[in-house]
Design a protein around this ligand. Structure first.
Ligand code: SAM
Length: 353
């Protein structure tokens, strides 16, 4: 595929903001505008044809439009009813699914699409602290979440890693969403990338490109740099989730990346379970988008004494986590993504697989 061609193959995913409307209302509006509503998604999986759209089969608030549909000027987008968000990027908040009255931290929150999705799922109840180190991005979060009608979010310009877990408010936290900086290597839809890109992701993209285009020496040096970069990202990601596990009453933590690399995905999960099992375990597949077919890669799950010692154990761990393979048609028609969800093991409950 030539550069940019991937985008042509990816549907335009639209999240209906349930704080402002319903999928049924939005469908009626598009039909009235002359669009054709398809009762089901094309099979085998493919983007809908010109001028047609359908509901998503995994996320009930999501509609799927043809590639490159430009909805930026649509009145429903302008009024905050439609949110242009890649399907995979909706997985973490859908999996964390905090109850309406929960106290939630979104630890690396900006620009805030997942934060506003959390608020939507909670019907603006409970409380969400949206934390980000980057003030410019946090200001975008404030703007986007206000436009989306969210009223239960407090934005905090600080490092998640330095939050004081002994503060009384932090002892109320029950759910944490962590979507920390990553290599961004799963992003094929550059249109979304321009909105969401973090400086590091752009730097990483340049490194990744050099590994495929330079001369032999240049490629080897870039490969080495990429390895170092992935190692330090993996360490940062482990640090973030480990920090989340220190909140005294937190019960559930979702961890996600838009990376295709095991170093940021299965390897991070392995390290966390090595350090924190049996106090923490992975939520079983039944709580983690059970109908989504693409799960983790067993070969990338490492040994964990007492928990993962055989290939069968590796398969069970991999089955608890979700992956999306970027692009199409062999991929999942979205950006590459990974989500794992950890839950605290309460006394007298099994910490087994
Ligand atoms: N969850 C966001 C969304 O859906 O819109 C995207 C998050 S982006 C992948 C990662 C974010 O982590 C960046 O905005 C970056 O500024 C932030 N970040 C990096 N280190 C951080 C830290 N120590 N504490 C809080 N935020 C951090």
């Amino acid at each position: 595929l030539i550069e940019g061609e991937e985008e042509l193959l990816l549907p335009r995913y639209v999240r209906v903001n349930l704080l402002k409307s319903t999928p049924e209302e939005v469908i009626k509006t598009f039909i009235a505008d002359g669009w054709t509503f398809l009762e089901s998604a094309p099979s085998p999986p493919a983007p809908p044809g010109p001028n047609s759209f359908h509901r998503d089969e995994h996320l009930d608030f999501m509609l799927v439009f043809p590639p490159k549909s430009d909805l930026h000027l649509h009145p429903l987008y302008v009024s905050g009813v439609l949110i242009l968000q890649d399907k995979a990027s909706c997985f973490p908040a859908a999996i964390l699914a905090p109850p309406k009255n929960a106290y939630v931290i979104d630890g690396c929150a900006a620009p805030g699409n997942k934060t506003s999705q959390l608020a939507m799922g909670m019907g603006n109840g409970g409380k969400i602290i949206a934390c980000d180190l980057d003030l410019r991005r946090l200001n975008i979060l404030k703007r986007l979440t206000t436009k989306a009608g969210c009223t239960n979010i407090t934005a905090l310009n600080t490092s998640f890693l330095t939050l004081d877990t002994s503060e009384p408010d932090n002892s109320k936290v029950t759910h944490i969403l962590l979507d920390p900086s990553c290599s961004g290597s799963g992003i094929v839809n550059r249109l979304d990338h321009l909105v969401d890109a973090y400086a590091d992701e752009q730097e990483q993209a340049t490194i990744l490109e050099t590994t495929t285009t330079g001369g032999a020496a240049e490629r080897a040096a870039a490969e080495e740099k990429k390895k170092e970069r992935l190692k330090s990202l993996g360490e940062f990601q482990v640090e973030c989730v480990s920090k989340a596990m220190t909140f005294p009453n937190v019960q559930k933590i979702s961890y996600s990346t838009c990376s295709i690399y095991a170093e940021e995905n299965e390897h991070v999960v392995t390290t966390l379970l090595r350090n924190h099992w049996p106090q923490w375990k992975l939520c079983p597949r039944s709580k983690v988008l059970p109908t989504w077919h693409r799960r983790g890669y067993p070969a990338d799950v490492g040994d964990i004494p007492g928990l993962v010692e055989t290939d069968e154990d590796r398969k069970k761990i991999a089955d608890c986590v979700v992956r999306a393979v970027p692009g199409g048609p062999e991929g999942d028609l979205m950006n590459g993504f990974f989500v794992a969800c950890f839950e605290r093991v309460s006394k007298n409950k099994s910490a087994g697989l």
